[in-house]
Design a protein around this ligand. Sequence first.
Ligand code: 26Y
Length: 814
Amino acid sequence: MTQVSHVRATPTEIEFELLGNLARARGTTVESASAQDLYQALALTVRDHLIDRYIRTTKAHYEANPRFVYYLSAEYMLGRQLGQNLLYSGTADVARSALEALGVDPAEVAALDVEPGLGNGGLGRLAACLLDALATSDIPAVGYGIRYDFGIFKQEFRGGAQAERPDDWAYYGNPWEFRAPDDQQHIGFYGSTEPAGGNRAVWTPGETVLGEPSHMLVPGYGTGTVNIIRLWRARSAPESFDLSQFGAGRYGEAVEAMVRSGTISAVLYPDDSTELGRELRLKQQYFLVACSLRDIIRRYRLRNDGWDAFADKVVIQLNDTHPVIAIPELMRILVDEEGLAWEQAWSITRRVFAYTCHTLLPEALETWPVGLLRRLLPRHLEIIYLINHVFLQEVAALYPGDADRLRRLSIIEEGGEQRVRMAHLAVVGSFAVNGVAALHSRLLTETTLRAFAEMMPRQFHNVTNGISPRRFLLVANPGLTRLISARLGGTDWLRDLDRLAELEAAAGDPDFRARWRAVKRRNRQDLAAHALSEAGVSLDPDALCDVMIKRFHEYKRQLLRVLHVIVLYHRIKRGDLTGVVRRSVVFGGKAAPGYHAAKRVMLLANTVAEVVNADPDVAPYLKVAFLPDYNVTRAELIIPAADLSEQISLAGKEASGTSNMKLALNGALTIGTLDGANVEIRDRVGADNFFLFGMDATEAAALRAGPYNPRTYYELDEELRAAIDAVVGGPFACEGADLLVGELLTRDEYLTLADFRAYVDCQDRVAEAWRDQEEWTRRSIRNVARSGFFSSDRTVQDYCRDIWRVEPVPPGRD
Ligand code: 26Y
């Protein structure tokens, strides 16, 4: 180990700072520091290197008094902070040398960096990619969210079934955040309302909770901007601790209200499929919104007076319906607290909010029972009724006598128990609505939100999702990043992803292709090491790395992927090598804990993996690795290794998908349906470089509409029959397999059997293509060269131009 005296003799700046932080923040020295001490001190040191930029950004924002984007989201999947912040602050190399000089293994320290898993999946990661792009594009923006004590559960497999463990992510402290208790907010719930003249009322809440913010830095890449994300944590108001109960020895009762307050931010709902209908979830939503709106108004008032300029200085993007209660909340603040007339308040509100919809699935559209709202947020319910009343009058004037249209457009769903349709409230209270891929935006206006699109067509937009090339290339795939940078001359392309087009010519350069393949192989080796230690599966680094990473959902059709694996297994067993090349089939993804149908597919995938991997006849050709606990950190390991990207959802169901973009930008070719953003990926990379199969959205809808008999496919397709039979009584039998197959043969809601043959044949074409490695590499390079469009920088530009109308405020560089 290097002597500290030696370090003192030649202290680099970072070493000096690190030792300083070790002493001042951790109260220790390098000799006695634990790995955790070193990690925390390093994190603080790196954070310090972003602080000057943050201060300069806030100064520039203060001076310019610009229009700000406020992004409201119940979820953020930020990924690990250390690697990113080292790279964005330009301290990666010096920090490494400093640690090494201190005799510390950088990898060991970096391994302690914990990913804040404050989201479920695509929607949460999209929020993080947009924040990254906003900062990189110098757009004044703040992300607001909840600082859940427990993030998305940790996934383990027990006997192949998913088991969930709590994720106490900040147990050792989160060095990346700044607590700001002085900006705390008081948030009311329950209670009653009293009319106060006109449309005003006084709401007297029955319970008050404190919202305490902390912020994390969101640095831009290659620019001076450092924005923030502000996350709220619920605390009990001091008066909720009942000292007299405590004095009387009733400790449980004494702290009851305190504990209840804290539960609001205790856990992320690990559900992205169905509406849970739980009071706590609505409480969370209101908590997020009420804290954030107050903070937005506080910030507005730093440089502005009155309300006239509010809608010019503030745009609030609602990330799906989860924060939509912000609309009546702003109305309540303006009308009840600020004394504005209803019409004026409504005009401000409708110029402030914009809404992004992320789904087409009816079951994912949130509705809240009127009874619950009346109890929890009585004033908000009154406001929602009034908004609806005024809105339906407009509708009636536009479409006289059209009662059916009134019913379809109403914010209140009638029939049985009344419910508030949050998507309708969002559309009515926003100036813009957008879908997240071209097909999705079109289907929204033709199906889910059709009546609204007919009434206010100009309000509807498409903004195709994007991903951060910094996170998914620079951080995740340094090998490919270096190779591209060498070809393009520097790293500027990471801020201007269209420049990837310059790689087009490189596809014809045999030397470049060889280096490209070497990078991919290296990445597959890294993945293989992980698969061995985490799943006990040994993967061949030369095998085709065939990846399906996403939440487990029936519509995404992981089951189709599993059926194809069984087909390959059967072929190999009988010595028919049609469509067989050496393949590593990699799965990653979690299922909502209560989503039993998805969990059955997961158990089947693990069962198939176990049988396949244990079979010596099959092992040379096929391995299946289900890597547990898929998250952003695992994504950064899997995506760079991938050769084939599985995007096989039933057409018309996946709003966009974003793993499709991440994988394409890392050189994987896509096998996919015409769903979500796959359509645009194919348009850009070219039909020759995309393995297309299956029904399109129109065909799927038509098949669904008529009588559909999945059993016919089973009876007519021998390979399909063999695969399904092997699940019921055969080698892949597992718990719930009978239910799964029963559903498949009788209902097959997601038309898995109808697309089966097309998929298997398409996989045969994949295998054929893989045999020609030179040609495959050409296609891989072309995929990357043509995917610059899928940068979240472009997504942010689209939002800025079409929806937000905000301008960059560059703070100047270091
Ligand atoms: C209200 C509750 C049930 C709920 C919780 C989470 C509903 C939905 C969600 C999350 C949805 C989600 O992640 N949607 C995904 O958003 C991505 C980003 O736009 C899309 O790429 C992806 O297709 C979509 O499924």
